[in-house]
Design a protein around this ligand. Structure first.
Ligand code: G16
Length: 558
């Protein structure tokens, strides 16, 4: 019997404004009647019937709590809204990079929907998230997310096929007849196939496999979505010991872990690496797009350096051979990659925080490699950052180096010797009262006009401000202007202090303070805290952060 389409009356919610990468809220917020349905229908309305009706959409998530329910609802809403075909990962599982890869591989004409709150914790008391990706495989740009928000404020009803029997456990296709006379296809695919094939096209797996015979890995999936992908790639394909991949079962609550690959939340990996028994460590976040790289004995590779090292060694990676496009980084990201670009006479773009800003540059062929300080690295093989790709890029570079450079630390130190070191730190003050977050930003913003030429002294070091502004970006491809993307205080020697409010939290405000500076004095290369301390002191003084937030210490230091 054909499935009936029901139009359900609903009332608008006022809080469905997508953040840096989609809508992220506590699960309890998403569990309100019609909350998810409203956002999905608003997305369809904003993207437009011309794209959605008769379109092909890719759907998947990181398996966190509420994923299964959301997958079922979205499939029923796709059928009711005239989508012709949905391709979904088995059991609703697809990493963020895998969704992007699948949209591109299948030319999915209606784009995709990703269910994740990324690195935020999962479970009934924690976070869920949803975002729309475009037909190029990348996160929706501002014009679409603004349109979704506008639709969410005026929505009056949504469409759903309530009687549809949705089963995403078995691989294969099912055709449903809809009462309108249309047909709807639900295709369930293996979660890993498309992504793993793509990695095998990009990298020389034989070379990596041979190198790994004498190189011990510790890949920590933090119980996020990357487990199945990591096992397929590192154990099945590259023949590493099964123990090389840990926390590899995607769990609804990430086993209580905070799936954020940094030195605070992936501390267990750091501790194991410090024992010196592994040559290479990597951790990924809940949805698999972030990465942290560690060398033997816990040598930490800052994401800014990671990007620069991959940029400087692109020739080691088969995918990049013969390609000469430029690089890009987000504004708060340390400028190490800029130095590589300068040496190679390539362009280096500085965009606001958010992977969505790289998409146009990639589509226009202007860049093929980019990254962010927030543990994101990627290339134009897809339109999302890609955690496992970053680990493979490092392994390929190591495999391609001569014997004496076969260590993560040596590769990084050689890079510093050649280019100098960009020192970087980020202080996160998480879950600050929203009002305090706003006050801190206005305190700094009010001073921007008068900071230029002011002198500051801390720890015996003098700085003069050469630029102070609220970063804005004009997209060189479509000319769109994005304003108010972070408060920048730039010193005459190029050192920077940046304040931003995070756009990925689900409650309160997270203040991010970024500090970076540069030196080519090798005697300073291991003195990070000494080099960065004066700038941090100046930042705290200008912002009056301790008094405004009541926080004497950040929650996370990178
Ligand atoms: C998202 C975006 C990234 C951005 C990051 C941090 O990452 O995709 O481009 O750098 O948020 O954003 P914020 O500083 O606003 O919290 P993810 O991994 O959370 O999707």
């Amino acid at each position: 019997m054909p499935l009936s389409v029901q139009t359900v009356s609903t009332s608008a919610f006022s809080d469905q404004k997508p953040g840096t990468s989609g809508l992220r809220k506590k699960v309890k917020v998403f569990q309100q009647t019609n909350y998810l349905e409203n956002f999905v229908q608003s997305t369809f309305n904003a993207v437009g019937e011309a794209t959605i009706r008769n379109g092909h959409l890719v759907l998947g998530g990181d398996g966190r709590f509420f994923n299964n329910h959301a997958i079922e609802v979205i499939i029923k809403m796709c059928a009711a809204n005239g989508v012709q075909k949905v391709t979904v990962g088995q059991n609703g599982i697809l990493s963020t990079p895998a969704v992007s890869a699948t949209i591109r591989k299948l030319n999915a004409s209606a784009g995709g929907i990703i269910l994740t709150a990324s690195h935020n914790p999962g479970g009934p008391e924690n976070d869920f998230g949803i975002k729309y990706n475009m037909t190029n495989g990348g996160p929706a740009p501002e014009r679409i997310t603004s349109a979704i928000f506008a639709e969410s404020k005026i929505i009056t009803d949504y469409k759903i096929c309530p009687d549809m029997d949705v089963d995403v456990t078995k691989i294969g296709s099912t055709i449903f007849e809809i009462a309108s006379g249309a047909k709807f296809e639900l295709e369930v695919v293996d979660s890993c196939d498309v992504y793993v094939s793509l990695m095998k096209e990009i990298f020389n797996f034989e070379q990596i496999e041979s190198f790994l015979k004498n190189f011990k890995l510790n890949i920590d999936c933090l119980n996020g979505v990357t487990g199945p992908y990591a096992k397929r790639i590192f154990v099945t394909e590259l023949k590493c010991d099964v123990k090389s991949v840990v926390n590899s079962e995607p769990l609804e609550d990430f086993g209580g872990l905070h799936p954020d690959p940094n030195l605070t939340y992936a501390k267990s990996l750091l501790d194991v690496m410090k024992l010196g028994q592994h040559d290479f460590g990597a951790a990924f976040d809940g949805d698999g797009d972030r990465n942290m790289i560690l060398g033997k004995s816990g040598f930490f590779v800052n994401p800014n350096d990671s990007l620069a090292v991959i940029a400087a060694n692109q020739d080691s990676i088969p995918y990049f051979k013969g390609k000469s496009s430029g690089f890009a980084r987000s504004m708060p990201t340390g400028a190490a990659v800029d130095l590589v670009a300068a040496k190679e006479q390539k362009k280096c773009f500085e965009v606001p925080t958010g992977w969505k800003f790289f998409g146009n540059l990639m589509d226009a062929g202007l860049i093929n490699l980019c990254g962010e300080e927030s543990f994101g690295t990627g290339s134009d093989h897809i339109r999302e950052k890609d955690g496992i790709w970053a680990a493979l890029a490092w392994l390929q570079i190591l495999a391609d180096q001569n014997a004496e450079r076969q260590s993560v630390e040596k590769v990084v130190r050689n890079h510093w010797s050649e280019f100098g070191r960009n020192f970087f730190t980020r202080y996160d003050y998480e879950e600050v009262e929203s009002a305090a977050g706003a006050k801190l930003m206005s305190t700094v913003e009010k001073q921007l006009a008068t900071l230029k030429d002011q002198q500051f002294e801390a720890c015996g070091v003098n700085y003069t401000v050469s630029l102070a502004d609220n970063f804005s970006y004009k997209d060189p491809v479509d000319g769109s202007l994005t304003e108010k993307q972070g408060l920048r205080i730039v010193m005459s020697d190029g050192s920077r202090i940046i304040f931003r409010l995070s756009g990925t939290g689900s409650s309160g405000a997270t203040i991010r303070l970024y500090v970076d500076c540069y030196s080519n004095d090798a005697a300073l290369f291991d003195k990070d805290s000494q080099v960065l301390k004066p700038l941090i002191e100046i930042a705290l003084k200008i912002s009056d952060l301790v008094a405004i937030t009541g926080r004497t210490d950040p929650s996370v230091i990178t």
